[in-house]
Design a protein around this ligand. Sequence first.
Ligand code: IMP
Ligand code: MG
Length: 179
Amino acid sequence: MHNDIEKVIYSEEQIKERVAEIGKQISEDYKGKELVLVSILRGSFVFLSDLIRNISIPCEIDFLSASSYGDRVTSSGKVVVNSFLSSDPKGKHLLLVEDILDSGFTLSRIIPLTKALGCESVKVAALLDKPERRKANVDLDYRGFTVNDYFLVGYGLDYADKYRNLPYIGALDPKIYTK
Ligand code: IMP
Ligand code: MG
C-alpha cells in the first residue's frame, strides 16, 4: 500500500466485480438503443475504460471536462466546464459517467447542459456515492458503491492531481491535506 493511504476502501478485485455488474446491467437496459457514454474528466477515465469493456452492446464514447476542486478536498461550489462534447448526441441516449458524486454541484451543472441537446435520454452512472455530503439534488441511475465521508484517491480519483494511478480506492491520510 502507498504510504499516503490510511486504508484501502475497495480493492482491485472488489472494483472489478462491481464494474462488471454495472456493465452487464447497462448492456441489458440499453439493448437496441443508440448509447453514448460521456466521461466527466478527469476522474472518471479509469472507470469509463473498464466499464466499456464490460458493455456488450454497441456504444460510443465522448468526454467533457469540469472542475471545482483545485488543490482542495472540498468543492468550491463553482463548477467550471473546461471542454464540452466533441460530437452531437441529438436523438441518442446519453449516459454520464462520473467517478464520485459528492456535493452534487458538478452533475447538477452538467445534467441541464446535456439535456438541452435534444438527447432521447440523459442518465447518470457514478462509481462512488457520498450521500452524506450532498448539497445539490442529483438522481443516480447506476451506483457502484455508497461510501462514508473519507477523501478517496486511486482508480482515477486524485488529490492535487496525484494518486490517480493507484489500482485500488483508498482513504487519503488526512496528514497529506491538513499540513
Ligand atoms: P461534486 O461536484 O462535489 O459532486 O464532486 C464531483 C467531483 O469532485 C468528482 O468528480 C471528483 O472529481 C471530485 N471529488 C469529490 N469527492 C472526492 C474524493 O473523495 N476524492 C477525489 N475527488 C473527489
Ligand atoms: Mg470528477
